[in-house]
Ligand binder design. Sequence first.
Ligand SMILES: [Zn+2]
Length: 220
Amino acid sequence: MIVPKQVIRTKRKSIALIINSSGELIVRAPYVVGDSEIRAFVEKKQMWIKKKCSAVKAFDEKHLSMTIAAGETLVFLGNEYIIDILDGKQIVLDGNKILIPDDKNSKEMVVDWLREKAIILLLKRTDKYAKVMGVEPGRIKISEAKTRWGSCSYNNNLSFAWRLVMCPYSVIDYVVVHELCHIEHKNHSKDFWLSVKSILPTYTEQKNWLKTNRKLMEMI
Ligand SMILES: [Zn+2]
């Protein structure tokens, strides 16, 4: 039996079961519902809970730690590439394959390759959108961050995680525009989001993509 990791009481009207990104069960319940009623509800929904929890764990196993080996996959710009290991000195994309030299430091090579692609791409996109928006960012840094995709300092220095290069172009653009909008708005006010929306009218799609794919970004 899977029991709740946490029960959160709110003003809501019914009990809701949530499986978080760690595969744990969180219950949201109205103030008036007693513990025994929650327990009964959780018991009744065990099939559903088990199914959801194992789906989260299966996703983790596939994505959480990337293995560089033939047949494994690497995500680049939102696409999955099948890894092939061969003799050679450079990493090459070939159709839906990524060819990686047979080397004991292959993982470092892949990271360096991704970082290099990220630097070129992020500088280009930032430059493009800064011009479109008529703003002038300060320094642009490419960071090793795993949980924060971008930031904008008080002095308008921008920082972007190279791991963004695993996301689709549209998501990368969203993060770039988001940080550039912070040059004018140092908060997440209504005006801030309106300014994001004026550049990327469907930005909520990309914002949600980042939320659901957070795990993917932690895998390397
Ligand atoms: Zn922000």
